[in-house]
Design a protein around this ligand. Structure first.
Ligand code: SF4
Ligand code: MG
Length: 270
């Protein structure tokens, strides 16, 4: 393992589909750095790339599957998690990682997200939260802060947003963390606060990627073990970051095995 950035960048190049470059991301976009963090995590942890699968949905973040040179699947809108669930249940040896955006995972696919947390499927969900539907035109989503201006709420968003760490922890997720794209070293899961200067930033006084990084630097508050209920984000307000939940409980596969054994026992008794 190396942490020299130049050497490490060369080490992760093998995980990129270079024939797909140049990429589609706007200048200042947070998706590319998040993909880079994910690839560095693979490199540093020694995860077996032959057993690591990336599943994405639709959107700018959902393009990750197209650029990452692992077995990767670009699925339909909001359906990355059920697709990944099938992969994991069919082959429990796989490291299944869902990598997608807030619009895809939470707004279109929110039902799948909460049920995956409830079932405790052994998978990692990396949710790039840029508070907006980026690719489809900057529409308001279920994570857009109150009063945020978007293309469909030009006078400000009047719908209360989801607090994602609270949503998934209340649904049963065993590991919940949030970092921003500025906290590049800690990125290992779940909610990654990331700039969309093109669609969200231009409507909310942060038209450059750098504006978002200044905001993250000034307003991020690191509090590991914080109560996820305290993690709601207000427009331009503080962003609570850290590892909020890290617990163990039986997985979906454990439950399936237990019930299968019980059924076999019952059959023998008959
Ligand atoms: Fe990134 Fe936003 Fe551009 Fe999409 S529209 S590539 S999320 S900056
Ligand atoms: Mg988004």
């Amino acid at each position: 393992m190396t942490t020299n950035p130049n050497i490490e960048n060369r080490a992760i190049e093998k995980y990129l589909r270079q024939d797909r470059l140049p990429h589609i991301f706007c200048s200042g976009c947070g998706v590319g750095p998040a993909i880079g963090s994910f690839l560095r995590a693979i490199n540093r942890t020694g995860m077996d790339p032959d057993k690591t699968i990336v599943v994405s949905g639709i959107g700018c973040s959902g393009r990750a599957a197209g650029y990452i040179k692992l077995d990767s699947f670009h699925t339909t809108h909001g359906r990355a998690i059920p697709f990944a669930t099938g992969l994991k249940m069919a082959n429990p040896e796989l490291n299944v990682v869902v990598f997608s955006g807030d619009g895809d995972l939470v707004t279109i696919g929110g039902n799948h997200l909460i049920h995956a947390a409830r079932r405790n499927i052994t998978m990692t969900v990396i949710c790039i939260n840029n508070f907006i539907y980026g690719m489809t035109g900057g529409q308001v989503g279920s994570t857009s802060p109150l009063e945020a201006r978007t293309t469909t709420t030009p006078y400000g968003n009047f719908e209360a947003p989801f607090n994602l760490p609270y949503l998934v922890s209340a649904s049963g997720a065993t590991y919940v963390a949030r970092w921003t794209i500025l906290h590049i070293r800690q990125l290992s899961f779940v909610e990654v606060i990331a700039p969309c200067p093109t669609q969200f930033g231009r409507m909310n006084q942060k038209p450059r990627g750098l504006d978002h990084l200044h905001y993250y630097q000034e307003k991020s508050v690191i509090r590991n073990g914080a109560d996820p209920r305290d993690a709601a984000i207000e427009l331009d307000g503080p962003i609570l970051v850290g590892k909020f939940v890290d617990i163990e409980r039986p997985t979906l596969r454990d439950g399936l095995q237990q019930i299968t054994e019980r059924a076999k026992g019952n059959n023998k008794a008959e």
